[in-house]
Design a protein. Structure first.
Length: 610
């Protein structure tokens, strides 16, 4: 994609106004990730893990909260950027009046310390370049002590240390480290920023060109394992690469997004930390990985799930840290003004303490899918499942906070009850299909009891469709999952009416809201303000249309949603039709899981698989 300089701030380095969310691209090393702006600025980077404190936090504040910009000093006429094919190596071409220069960005796949490699390459003419580096540890709060030693720039504060390796001379200017240099055709200038614990003495020198070649080869080798050969393969492959980049390699846990506090409404307070692993993502993620041939990743995710969920079922959480951490205390960082003044900026997530009964069904379904795919069960998995099912048997009739983590009090959410049914159903199937032991008759009876209650109390008597919670009349996009999880077929009259009602009341231009956030002057979820259209929900609608035999409609909607991707194929959590821009944390794994799963379903029913 090509963009003109007038579309965003590229007039030298005078304007550091925030970019749109879609103007960022992701680079990562399967331990952490960075967001690279189309203006050449890295405005978000957490080290050494996804959920660590950010050393570049300008995304959520100002320039003095940390960034690393590398771009022409003169005005940029246009920008062209792309990932290398089947890779996470990013190339950005800056076109100026005097020439064109390319900046290649990546994070080498690693087993130890993190680093970012940036190479400036002259394409045509001669271009004067400028580098500005502002490191601020702990989300833009801590100013490091910087010094030159051994030909490298070092920055140290507390437990963190960074090192800049480059052949170009740098100098300090107040809070910045600056370099200015000219690049001519075919000339290459490398920069490598490495992190390590400050108590370790490491070699900062990096062969940047070798790192690029090795990283590109690693990603292309990984991508070659993909078994999908149907339509939209480029979109599927980019989504799979993004999911891999958002996976914490040491444990197999996948974060929901690389960022925190990107708003669901510009200027609003619906700003949450998504750098954690949600149990409800497991079912859909496993489906995507297994279908695409990534058995190793699916196994790692399954193993992470079993370890995280292990213990007393009463203490099961909806989300965990990358290694299964349970304490995710929510804090507000008052020194950051928020993305486009969307405050507060939060780290941690208080929703981890909520009761959400649906996660029991999602864990059971995930482990069931793993068995069906031939993944050998963990020796503790069935014992864990028995304990989870027993908890569901005792507590399924209780109200909870529901799939969307509302803060308006507990209710009898329909989706939570459906997933309680799923938990019991998968236990029954474990006995019937795999011969595992359990009180199957008791489970069958309970499964029928839950089903009868849902169909009695969760269906609007006037419209004949399912509703958000018992005895209410509100709709909820999670109801689209009823046929997807197998509670009822998509052709059931109540399901068809639900799909139609959601299309009429929660949809606009093919995009789906989770639910109505406001009812007159009151909030429906205990939170102020509104939000955008939730991208994953559109994929659930697509899947419903496929299951109902409405193939052409499904395909048109799928292509409509693909059009929301930015120029390098990434999706955020939500989208605003009012401002025609992305909202929410970015890139969002749930959205990219939807791309993969819906593409597979479409390819199958339309007979388009190779």
């Amino acid at each position: 994609m090509t963009k003109k300089g007038s579309e965003f701030p590229l007039s030298g380095f005078k304007d550091l106004s925030p970019l749109k969310i879609e103007d960022y691209a992701l680079i990562g090393d399967t331990h952490t990730a960075a967001l690279v702006g189309i203006n050449g600025s890295i405005d978000w980077l957490c080290l050494p893990r996804f959920d660590s404190g950010a050393c570049f936090a300008a995304l959520l504040g100002k320039g003095d909260n940390g960034y690393w910009r590398l771009a022409p000093e003169a005005e940029v006429i246009e920008v062209k950027r792309r990932y290398r094919p089947n890779s996470l190596v990013l190339e950005t071409d800056f076109v100026t009046e005097k020439g064109t220069v390319r900046v290649t960005d990546l994070m080498p796949h690693r087993s130890e310390n993190a680093s970012i490699v940036r190479i400036v390459q002259g394409i045509t003419g001669e271009v004067k370049m400028r580098m500005e580096l502002c490191v601020r540890f702990d989300y833009g709060w801590i100013v490091p002590w910087t010094f030159q030693e051994g030909g490298h720039l070092h920055g140290i504060a507390g437990p963190d240390s960074i090192c800049l390796d480059t052949p170009i001379d740098t100098h300090g200017d107040h809070s910045l480290t600056i370099a200015e240099f000219n690049v001519t055709e075919e000339m290459k200038v490398p920069f490598t920023l490495s992190w390590h614990p400050q108590f370790e003495d490491v070699d900062c020198a990096v062969d940047a060109e070798a790192a690029i070649d090795a990283t590109d080869l690693w990603w292309r080798t990984w991508s070659a394992k993909c078994t999908y050969q149907g339509p939209y393969r480029d979109a599927v492959m980019r989504s799979l690469i993004t999911l891999k980049a958002l996976t914490y390699h040491p444990t197999g846990g996948m974060v929901a997004a690389a960022t925190t506090s990107l708003p669901e409404q510009l200027g609003g307070s619906r700003n949450w930390d998504y750098r954690y692993c949600w149990l409800r993502d497991a079912t859909f993620t496993l489906e995507a990985l297994l279908r695409a041939g990534y058995r190793e990743e699916a196994l790692s995710w399954r193993d992470w799930l079993v370890r995280a969920a292990a213990g007393d079922p009463r203490q099961l959480q909806i989300m965990y840290g990358l290694a299964g951490e349970r304490r995710l205390a929510e804090l507000e960082l008052d020194w950051l003004e928020g993305y486009e003044l969307s405050a507060p900026v939060r780290i941690g997530n208080a929703a981890s303490d909520q009761l959400q009964l649906d996660v029991y069904g999602e864990v059971m379904d995930s482990l069931h899918r793993a068995r069906l795919s031939g993944i050998e069960p963990d020796e503790t998995a069935w014992a864990l499942q028995r304990a989870l099912v027993e908890y569901v048997c005792e507590h399924w009739q209780e109200p909870d906070e529901g799939i969307w983590e509302v803060r308006s009090g507990r209710r009898h959410f329909t989706y939570s009850k459906v997933m309680a049914w799923v938990a019991i159903d998968r236990a029954v199937q474990a006995v019937e299909i795999f011969g595992l032991d359990g009180p199957v008759e008791h489970w069958r009876n309970l499964r029928n009891q839950i089903s009868n209650e849902i169909c009695e109390r969760a269906v609007d008597s006037k419209r004949g469709c399912f509703v958000q919670s018992y005895d209410s009349n509100e709709l909820d996009a999670s109801l689209l999952l009823i046929p997807i999880v197998g509670f009822l077929p998509a052709t059931d009259e109540r399901v068809l009416r639900t799909t139609d009602a959601i299309q009429k009341e929660l949809c606009e231009d093919g995009l789906v809201m989770r639910y109505q956030t406001c009812d007159d002057d009151d909030t429906a979820d205990g939170l102020p303000g509104e939000e955008g259209y939730f991208i994953a929900c559109s994929f659930w609608l697509i899947d419903n249309l496929v299951l109902a035999g409405r193939d052409d409609e499904a395909r048109n909607l799928f292509e409509r949603v693909l059009d929301l991707r930015n120029d390098v194929g990434l999706l955020s959590e939500e989208y605003s039709l009012v401002s025609s821009r992305m909202l929410g944390n970015f890139p969002q794994s749930f959205s990219h899981v939807g791309v993969v799963n819906s593409a597979f379903k479409l390819a199958h029913v339309l007979g388009l698989e190779d």
